[in-house]
Design a protein around this ligand. Structure first.
Ligand code: GLU
Length: 507
């Protein structure tokens, strides 16, 4: 069996959409499972669409995600260069080879002439297509005599080279996801392979490179399926063996209505790009998963499941598990709806696996920046307590601010419900009792033990009293277990906060 070699072949026309990331991921998983190679090729033949910074962005995105290429731009390899603009010189000979074989032809029609044809067709409510039905009436080497063609070339007239689809031939191929596909060649337009600016088009460069780089499987987005009959025909024309094809379903908007576009993300409140991106022209910023606090492992897991599952209910997969379990057969034929809540859920799950110490170190930096001087052990204990309430590291603060700041006010609703006439007096009595407890490591447990006895003994309502204490200490009815709060804040600070509340609220 030939070695599996797959490639991710983005065009550097902007930031990388997560649909593209998923395509790369599926290529990666397949390659690694089969002991094959995963290549990065930059397809930059369309210089009008080149966006500065896009190539670097792509490379950085995969670094962040932890998907390593075996060959390609920025890595090197035996089959380089891997950037098409650096391979420019080789494509013309391939285009000419097809002309010589009678599989392609020169076309001299100017942009204006073609626009004219299009307008004429439109006037008759028809579509103009450069194809087997129209080409004999256009300005190309099939319609002109050999001498006329030669003269035009010699005179330096600009030309393109077009693929020549034979009339009424069935083009057949198998797609690993969609099954057998058959298209009649008479329906297809004679696509340009080589442009008048001396650059190949995507179609020619893509096929030539896949062939020269020994690509065994082309796994790419569904938007390329309509180009596949041309690609298959090109392989045939060159008499090369075609790779196997798999066209992936789209990632859809959350409501399932259409493809998830780059605008949807920030409109609906979630990132569509792996990293934040600033458009070099408009300066517009689009949010990124990295900057929004997502963990790369969570993004990978989420994307893997947008269009694939292993046939069980399992949702959490490490990258290695994905490599082991991935299969092209289990890729869905239908588009997968993006689900923002699910994305957060994945991050929540992965955040729980981050060691407390690691989160604490990050959180300590944030606390220092906010002006709180504290120590790593204290922060680590807090992280251990509140982590399960967070989907993102940036939510630690909202879930634990009360460990660092005394409440400056008390939540209105909670106050109304939990602080009645007599509560302050009761609080003072509780403070007096609690202050008798020895101030050591066990103080928190002892305080709770005391309250568990004191409340029923005085025929008080457990919820009412415990919540008024919480309100005094936290400023709201939120927060972790009261014993833990007592312990971490310490006896002095806990009682101080209770005192302040009983004075302040009664004023
Ligand atoms: N350059 C194409 C893109 O931007 C590659 C398509 C393919 O994989 O053949 O998606």
């Amino acid at each position: 069996m030939t070695k599996v070699r797959v490639r991710f072949a983005p065009s550097p026309t902007g930031p990388l959409h997560i649909g593209g990331v998923r395509t790369a991921l599926y290529n990666y998983l397949f390659a690694k499972q089969m002991g094959g190679d995963f290549l990065l090729r930059i397809e930059d033949t369309d210089q009008t669409r080149f966006v500065p910074g896009a190539e670097e962005y792509i490379i950085e995105s995969f670094k962040w995600l932890g998907l390593k290429f075996d060959e390609g731009v920025g890595i090197g390899g035996e089959y380089g260069p891997y950037k098409q603009s650096e391979r420019k010189a080789m494509y013309k000979d391939y285009a000419l080879e097809l002309v010589n074989k009678g599989k392609a032809y020169y076309a001299f029609d100017t942009a204006e002439e073609l626009a004219q044809k299009r307008a004429e067709a439109e006037a008759e409510k028809k579509n103009f297509q450069y194809d087997c039905h129209t080409r004999q009436s256009l300005k190309n080497s099939l319609a002109l005599s050999e001498q006329e063609t030669q003269e035009l070339i010699n005179s330096g007239a600009p030309f393109v080279i077009r693929f020549k689809f034979e009339e009424n031939e069935q083009i057949e191929f198998d797609d690993l996801i969609r099954g057998h596909i058959s298209v009649n060649s008479s329906l297809l337009d004679d696509k340009v392979l080589y442009k008048s600016d001396g650059m190949p088009t995507y179609h020619l460069a893509n096929i030539v490179d896949d062939h020269l780089m020994l690509i065994s499987h082309v796994i790419r987005g569904e938007e390329w399926l309509p180009s596949c009959p041309l690609h298959v025909s090109l392989y045939k024309a060159f008499e090369w063996e075609a790779p196997k094809f798999a066209h992936l379903p789209l990632i859809l908007k959350p409501d399932g209505k259409g493809k998830l576009s780059k605008r949807d993300g920030d409109r609906l409140g979630f990132p569509v790009f792996p990293l934040e991106w600033q458009d070099p022209k408009s300066n517009e910023i689009s949010s990124g998963y990295r900057e929004s606090g997502y963990l790369p492992e969570a993004v990978i897991n989420m994307l893997a499941l947008l269009g694939w599952n292993d046939g069980t209910e399992q949702e959490l997969f490490s990258l290695q598990e994905l490599v082991d379990k991935f299969s092209i057969e289990r890729i869905s034929k239908h588009g997968a709806k993006f689900d923002m809540e699910k994305a957060k859920w994945f991050n929540h799950q992965y955040l729980q696996n981050v060691p407390n110490r690691v989160l604490a170190e990050e959180y300590l930096k944030e606390l220092n920046a906010k002006g709180y001087n504290t120590n790593i052990e204290f922060v680590e204990s807090i992280v251990a307590l509140v982590k399960e309430r967070c989907s993102f590291a940036k939510e630690l603060w909202d879930n634990s601010d009360y460990f660092f700041v005394r409440p400056s006010e008390y939540a209105e609703k909670a106050l109304k419900k939990r602080w009645k006439e007599g509560t302050s007096q009761r609080m003072n009595d509780i403070i007096d009792n609690l202050s008798k407890i020895e101030d050591n490591k066990e103080w928190g447990e002892k305080a709770e033990e005391f309250l568990m006895e004191y409340i029923p003994k005085n025929e008080l309502n457990m919820g009412q009293i415990m919540n008024s204490i919480r309100l005094a200490i936290v400023g709201d009815t939120k927060g972790v277990n009261m014993v833990e709060i007592f312990k971490l804040l310490g006896k002095q600070e806990s009682l101080e906060r209770m005192k302040i509340a009983s004075e302040k609220i009664n004023l």
